[in-house]
Design a binder for this molecule. Sequence first.
Ligand SMILES: [Zn+2]
Length: 311
Amino acid sequence: MNKKQIIQDELNKLSQKLAQEEIRAKSNLLIAREIPEFCKLDNQRRKLILELSKQLPTSKEIASKTKQLNTLISKQNTVLKNNGISPTALQVNYSCKKCNDTGYVDGQMCTCLKSNVQHALIKQSGINSKLQYDFSKCDKKILDANEYLSKIYRFAHKYCDNFPNNPEPNLVFFGEVGTGKTFLLECIANELLSKLFYVVFTTAYDVCATMVKAFNSPYAERETILSPLFESDLLIVDDLGTEPLFHETTLTNLFTLINERQRNNKPLIVSTNLNPEQIDERYGNRIKSRLYNKRTTIAIKFEGVDLRLKK
Ligand SMILES: [Zn+2]
């Protein structure tokens, strides 16, 4: 599902829940109206509300009628309780009091819908929930003590702030194992997911497996299988270089993916333990030059504690 479909799907879930809730409250009201005493009080209450809405009453009248109204409601509640019905059973219980489960407040997406969409995006993104880091988990002391590292983190923050309008939309993080590449990838992924971008976080191994699966599947299913790789707002591929290389197929698939995303202005972030020369050796110049395209990509070298921001 793309982001539009996810939002629609979450809105449908909200309205289904709301409709069920309204049906439940209404059927309980119908049951309550079978009780003659409740029905009598209810008619008086409706009449009173109608009177209040019809005229322009004085504040004294409002106070008096409100008092009558509260007395009626209280009596009704007692009747309900005496008949084994909870007064709240007649009310529509909104799970979100801000938007009454409509998903929007003043034309803006409500926090409840935002959070549901974010969860659906995370579920679809492939991010392992046990491995979630975000910028708040960065050690400030380490950053303060290390100017290079701090430069990279500031850059990553800025990248997220400007997303998807970065002049160089693609990034390559390269360097030895254990220099913090995956950590920073997860910070970026979480930051952008929290802004409701459709982020897919995957490994090179899974990219290759997904593409092989797609091309071995019936044509009608291919688009659905490949959609996260090609249509996500941001694709993050961790650990390029660790996937098995079934030569031509892997190379063609990787080239197609990188090329298509660049052609459609869809940002891509790749991390790899290989340096540019090793990328050239393993994948050939065609993939290396797409990956390290200076017009669209910033390559950042991670070097343990001595981290430099390279362009
Ligand atoms: Zn809400």
